[in-house]
Design a protein. Structure first.
Length: 480
């Protein structure tokens, strides 16, 4: 050791030691099964990559590809945003989260996309898949062909919504490539990835991506969750004309994934003076894939130790994912990252405080069933959808006069009943969508959507309660 003391006084050695110390600040501590990626949207330059090429279950971030393939068909003139698509029995049988429309209900591609991207509606993903590709299998071929064309070498799809299925695999690297491709190839349609909320009838659903309306400049993309994958998020934000894309896979709560994504984005925007000390990681396309099986986080995410069922719409407090407590568990051991408020003015806020705050006020985008409408026709369509959501008034114990039940209540309770979320998804040939012969079908024939209450797993909401059987309802009208 004495022989090295002279070296300690040499500037070159001191610079090397300082470099190691600085690098340690930016290398996250080992986190149990988690992948992180931060890239520049324009150049594809990698700013941070941790486990970015380990295969992963995508869950509902799959819907970014579903939207890409659908909107590419729109751009190529094969369909339009006004094209009517039909809810098939296969679509109606998907597990929540979903809109819960009865088979035969029609709506536009535009409305189906908005419902899918904001509410993460699994039934709408299948409706689009069948409308564009003829069936789930046919659309999956289109998804895989697109992934290959974009250079997503670690990705394979078997369904359009990300519900558990063998062979539904991706990686943070490939999701970064997909997000870049979406922005590059479909700039005129990118508003679909940052809608703050939708209003269907009287129900308002906020975007599951907690960065939208909270993190300054947030403008994309999509969340995802199944028990096996943990909480996933592909996020983007723009500041001073520079756009960054962050990918978080395997976080242990909906809030945690948002905080981690916000921290990645903030570090990328900070442009600290020590960035020149970091080694170049090249571009996202040049990251070397890892040949391995995806980690299965089922027990960790959905085991009996959780105090409440996990779901994509998760407001659970941030946990430490098995690592030591404190802010370091979320920041990789570095000092906590703070953020300016929405106006980019003091006071500064911690990431967890920012995500816990209310989103900026924004008018929900109105969605509805049936063909494209404007003016008075749109008002009437929204009113009809609202009527379908109306629940019968509570009956008194001795009341002899009961209000007629909602015509769609009995059917909705059956079609909205979900398969277990972590069973293998049915990926066999699905029924082809109904034709558009009845495009003018009455909009008020749509069933009321399933509730938003979180359920056991998947991008889920709880099953709707069965209507009370105080009086025998009349047969529901045929909506086909």
């Amino acid at each position: 050791m004495h022989a090295f003391r002279p070296l300690l006084r040499k500037p070159l050695f001191n610079l090397f030691a300082a470099t190691l110390a600085v690098a340690a600040l930016f290398v996250p501590r080992s986190v149990n099964a988690e992948a992180l990626l931060l890239i520049e949207a324009d150049s594809g330059k990698v700013l941070q990559a941790d486990n970015a090429t380990i295969p992963w279950y995508p869950a509902s971030v799959t819907k970014i590809m579903t939207a890409y393939v659908t909107l590419k068909a729109v751009k190529d003139g094969k369909i339009t945003l006004d094209t009517l698509v039909t809810v098939s029995p296969t679509a109606a049988s998907q597990s929540p989260s979903k809109m819960g429309f009865r088979p035969g209900t029609q709506l536009t591609v535009d409305n189906a996309l908005k419902m899918m991207m904001v509410k993460s509606a699994n039934d709408m993903a299948v409706v689009l898949a069948e409308g564009v590709g003829g069936s789930i299998d046919g659309f999956s071929v289109m998804m895989n062909d697109t992934a290959k064309r974009l250079g997503m070498t670690q990705t394979s799809y078997v369904n359009p919504n990300g519900l558990p299925a063998d062979g539904q695999i991706t990686s943070a690297r490939d999701l970064g490539i997909l997000a870049r491709s979406f922005l590059r190839d479909l700039p005129e349609y990118e508003y679909f990835v940052h809608i703050p909320a939708i209003r269907f009838g009287k129900r308002v659903t906020g975007n599951f991506n907690k960065l939208i309306g909270r993190y300054p400049g947030a403008d994309g993309f999509k969340t995802g969750f199944i028990c096996a994958s943990g909480y996933n998020l592909v996020a983007s934000a723009t500041r001073n004309g520079r756009r960054l894309i962050a990918v978080v896979l395997g976080a242990n709560s909906g809030t945690a994934r948002a905080v981690k994504a916000a921290q990645l984005l903030e570090r990328g925007f900070s442009q600290d003076g020590l960035s020149w000390l970091r080694p170049s990681l090249g571009t996202v396309e040049n990251l070397v894939p890892v040949d391995a099986s995806p980690p299965n986080l089922r027990e960790e995410m959905c085991g009996g130790h959780r105090k409440r069922p996990a779901s994509d719409d998760d407001d659970a407090l941030i946990a430490t994912n098995g690592s030591s407590g404190g802010s370091g568990a979320l920041t990789g051991g570095a000092a906590p990252v703070t953020f300016f408020t929405a106006g980019l003015q003091p006071p500064l806020m911690k990431a967890s405080e920012l995500m816990a705050s209310a989103p900026a006020a924004a008018e929900p985008v109105v969605v509805y069933t049936g063909p494209t409408r404007t003016g008075a026709a749109l008002v009437a369509a929204v009113a009809a959808d609202t009527d379908q959501q109306a629940t019968p008034k509570a009956r008194g114990k001795k009341s002899r006069v009961a209000k007629k039940p909602d015509a769609d209540a009995k059917t909705d309770a059956k079609t909205a009943a979900a398969k277990p979320a972590d069973t293998k998804s049915d990926t066999k040939t699905a029924a082809k969508p109904a034709g558009t012969k009845h495009a003018a079908a009455k909009p008020d024939a749509a069933a009321k959507p399933a509730g938003d209450k979180p359920a056991a797993s998947g991008d889920q909401a709880a099953k709707p309660a069965k209507p009370k059987a105080a009086t025998k309802p009349k047969p529901a009208p045929n909506n086909s």
